[in-house]
Each structure stands twice: as structure tokens, then as C-alpha cells.
Design a binder for this molecule. Structure first.
Ligand code: URP
Ligand code: ZN
Ligand code: ZN
Ligand code: ZN
Length: 457
């Protein structure tokens, strides 16, 4: 199997030049101008197009038992959607609930993904409790090649952990040299505020933001930073949404806490007004932390440009509007949280970042691919284009113009939060380890070919 991509403009996080890329087997073997076309090779003419390293979504929920239901994609539909949108590696959150051990969670998520995933994947393995068996389990999981844990400071009683468990998890993460991804919201404040709102008769979607205001997230970040500082553990804040939370993280970074920060494409582009649309339409936009006031958006874009925020993810968590979101029609606390975006993240970030002048091409590649690879020990195998690395490549047409719609999407959910939005650019060809998974915008990949990646150092 050989693949030759000719005449494209190669763009990585630190370079930009026109050359051909020759891939043999699963890896890039040669990059040079005017490589001769060998017999039998698949040749793609990328003239007038960019060639990017495969994009990495560091935060998805393809399989997610949550709030009394399950997210809609499976690893086949979710990874097909990812690939069509240019994402060649996902980090799925393996999130066993309280009462289920990390090892059981790891086994369940591995079973769900294997034989189905069409792109490569890694897991952040969830710790939703801590007893005397947990340290040995976490050691075993790291020995299997898992380099990151996941914890929730929110979702009390379901996924969330208490302070003692937080301390113990970070302590062992530090000992094992792995990074801990954390959902930062203060769960006690959320449940108290929810109770107060419901008692006052606030049952609609407007209650969601009111029960999780920016200070609730900022307090979650502050809390994590304190524990990270005192344990010396490396941490990764998932889905940071607002300036208050960013300030807490940056203050901690200044005093030496090893913290990386992720925001989401949703927070960069849509705001809290969407979650308050009438006719229960707002439920499509309910996620946690909530969509924020639009005044946060220029600050998040600026933080990306300045390198203060490292990654843009999706937190892809698809729940159907007509059935699953309706579970919370009379009580906002029962709306399954999540806004799907795995298919559209890259095109939206390119359109509103690069095409509209908010991000340069290098920063775009960094925040959508390279920085995740570096943070989670996949670099330089993933996240860049150079001989020796996996041939995960995206041929991207910046001249494409189109519109996002649920009617034409691959992700398995009955709505799209970006319905009708124009995109300026789209992948034409996408390869996973040297094999085309998207040709001329159509999925041609192989479900089951995706591999679980080792993310330990
Ligand atoms: O609303 C969200 N974010 N849903 C998915 C679960 C989580 O908190 O990441
Ligand atoms: Zn979360
Ligand atoms: Zn606190
Ligand atoms: Zn999430």
C-alpha cells in the first residue's frame, strides 16, 4: 500500500511549504518536491490545497451512559463522522460511574471501540471513586499504556469524586507520571442552586446557566489548582468556557502548577442565548459548563492566539432532541448534557479562525492537532508531518463553500447545533496510517481498523 500526495501546501504547527508526501505502509517515508509517481501508488493531486497533519479531538464521548440514557453514536458512526471532518485521532472519555471500577470501565470502553473504530483512539480513563483496590488498578491501567486519567468535580453521586478521592487520584497520577483531565465545576454549588431554582418554579432551560454560573466553574478550577499544587500532579482542564475560570488557571500556572487548558469549538462560537431559545429548542444547546455570555468569546480566541489555551476539542456528546433531550422538558436538571460537534469542529475552527482572521494557519494546526499530541504523548507519531510519523493526513480545500445540516451529517443524532452555518473549507481526502478513509469528501475507510493508542511516556 503506497500513497503519494502531490503539490499540496504542507502546513504544520511550525512550518509551511509546498512538497510531495510519500507514504509507504502506515508511515510517511519521504517528503520532497516532485517525487516521481511509482507504479501502483494511489496518487492525490493536492494542488491549491493544504495538507494538514490528521486532526486530534482530545475530548469526546462516543460511548457514554449518562443522565439515564446513552449518547447516540457508536464507535463506527462517531469515527466516520470524525474522519469526514478531518479528525484522525480521538481521545474518548472512558467514564465508569460511581460503583464501577476504573478497570471495569477500561474493559467496557475497549470492548465498545474494538472492531468498530475507523480512526485511531485513546482513552482518558475515569476514576469515579477511590478505595483500597484503586491504586493497583490504576497501576495496571497505566501499564497497559494509558497515560491519562479523567475525573469529574461535577455530577455529584453519578461521576463526581470527593476531595479525599481527588487527592488520592492526583497523588497516584503524579507517582505514575500521568496527566489527569478534569471537569471543573463545584458540584455542591450546582445542586444547591438547582434546588433553589426548582423551588422558585424555574424549570425551563434558562435554569441551566443560572445553576452553573461562571463562578461555579471558576471555583472548580481554583479547587483543582489547589490540589494539583499540593500533590505536584499534572492536570488538564477540559472544556473551559469563561474568563473567570481562565483567570484561576492562569494564576495557578504563574505559581508553577503544571496545567494545560482545553476549550471547545462550541464556547468559541455559540453563546448562552442559544440555550434559552423558546419551544424547548434551547435544550439542543444545554451542556456543562453552560454556553456563556458572548463577551467571553474574544477572550478565548485571544487566549488561543497567545498560547494560553492549548487545545480546541468538541466534548462530542450526542443526544437526540426529539426523545432524549425531551426527558428534561419539565425540569432542566434532567436534560442530558451535551452538544455534538465531532464532524464540524475542524471546519468551524478553520472558517471562524483562519478564514476570518482570528487564527493563523500554524496556530490552527497547533490547537486542533499538535498540542494535543504533545500533551498526551503522541508527538511526533501524531500531530505533525515528517518522515517516520503515522501517515494521518488531511488534504483540505480552502475554496470549498457549504452549509452544515443535520440532514447531511454522518454523526448519529437528530439535530445539529450549527444548522445552516456556512463553512469555508473542507477535507477532500483523509488518510489514517497510510490508508484513505475519505476520498473526495466521502467515507471510504474501514470500521475496525482504528487502534487503541499507547499514551504513556
Ligand atoms: O455537557 C457535557 N459536557 N456533557 C458531556 C459530559 C461532560 O461533562 O463532559
Ligand atoms: Zn465534562
Ligand atoms: Zn474549592
Ligand atoms: Zn466531556
Amino acid at each position: 500500500m503506497a500513497l503519494l500526495i502531490k503539490n499540496g501546501e504542507i502546513v504544520t504547527a511550525d512550518s509551511r511549504y509546498v512538497a510531495d508526501i510519500w507514504c509507504e505502509g502506515e508511515t510517511i517515508t519521504h517528503i520532497a518536491p516532485d517525487i516521481e509517481v511509482p507504479a501502483g501508488a494511489e496518487v492525490i493531486d493536492a494542488s491549491g490545497k493544504y495538507v494538514f497533519p490528521g486532526f486530534i479531538d482530545p475530548h469526546t464521548h462516543i460511548y457514554l451512559p449518562f443522565m439515564g440514557t446513552y449518547s447516540k453514536d457508536d464507535y463506527e458512526s462517531g469515527t466516520k463522522a470524525a474522519l469526514i471532518g478531518g479528525t484522525t485521532t480521538i481521545f474518548d472519555m472512558c467514564t465508569p460511574g460511581r460503583g464501577t471500577t476504573p478497570l471495569e470501565g477500561f474493559e467496557t470502553w475497549t470492548r465498545q471501540a474494538s472492531g468498530k473504530a475507523a480512526c485511531d483512539y485513546a482513552f482518558h480513563v475515569g476514576v469515579a471513586g477511590f478505595d483500597e483496590s484503586t491504586p493497583a488498578q490504576l497501576r495496571e491501567i497505566v501499564a497497559k499504556g494509558i497515560g491519562s486519567f479523567k475525573i469529574f468535580l461535577a455530577y455529584k453521586g453519578a461521576l463526581g469524586i470527593d476531595d479525599e478521592e481527588l487527592y488520592e487520584t492526583l497523588r497516584i497520577a503524579k507517582e505514575l507520571g500521568v496527566i489527569t483531565a478534569a471537569h471543573c465545576e463545584n458540584s455542591t454549588l450546582i445542586s444547591s442552586l438547582q434546588k433553589d431554582l426548582l423551588a422558585r418554579g424555574v424549570t425551563g432551560t434558562e435554569g441551566h446557566h443560572a445553576s452553573r454560573p461562571p463562578r461555579v466553574e471558576a471555583e472548580g478550577v481554583h479547587h483543582l489548582m489547589t490540589f494539583a499544587e499540593l500533590t505536584g500532579a499534572s492536570v488538564y482542564i477540559v472544556h473551559l468556557s469563561c474568563v473567570e475560570a481562565l483567570e484561576e488557571a492562569l494564576r495557578a500556572r504563574l505559581r508553577g502548577v503544571d496545567v494545560s487548558i482545553e476549550t471547545l469549538i462550541q464556547y468559541l462560537l455559540i453563546d448562552k442565548n442559544y440555550a434559552e431559545l423558546g419551544n424547548f429548542e434551547g435544550a439542543k444547546y444545554v451542556m456543562s459548563p453552560p454556553l456563556r455570555d458572548a463577551s467571553n468569546q474574544p477572550i478565548l480566541w485571544n487566549a488561543l492566539r497567545q498560547g494560553l489555551i492549548q487545545t480546541v476539542a468538541t466534548d462530542h456528546a450526542p443526544f437526540d432532541f426529539f426523545t432524549q433531550k425531551r426527558m428534561g422538558e419539565h425540569d432542566f436538571t434532567k436534560i442530558p448534557n451535551g452538544i455534538p460537534a465531532i464532524e464540524d469542529r475542524v471546519n468551524l475552527l478553520y472558517t471562524h479562525g483562519v478564514a476570518e482572521g482570528r487564527l493563523d494557519l500554524q496556530t490552527f494546526v497547533a490547537v486542533a492537532s499538535t498540542n494535543a499530541a504533545k500533551t498526551f504523548n503522541l508527538f511526533p507519531r501524531k500531530g505533525t508531518i515528517q518522515p517516520g510519523c503515522d501517515a494521518d493526513l488531511v488534504v483540505y480545500d480552502p475554496a470549498y463553500r457549504g452549509t452544515i445540516s443535520a440532514a447531511t451529517q454522518t454523526q448519529n443524532v437528530d439535530y445539529n447545533a450549527f444548522e445552516g452555518w456556512e463553512i469555508k473549507g473542507k477535507p477532500t481526502h483523509v488518510s489514517v496510517r497510510g490508508q484513505l478513509a475519505v476520498r473526495d469528501g466521502k467515507f471510504v475507510g474501514t470500521p475496525g481498523r482504528g487502534r487503541l493508542l499507547r499514551t504513556t511516556r
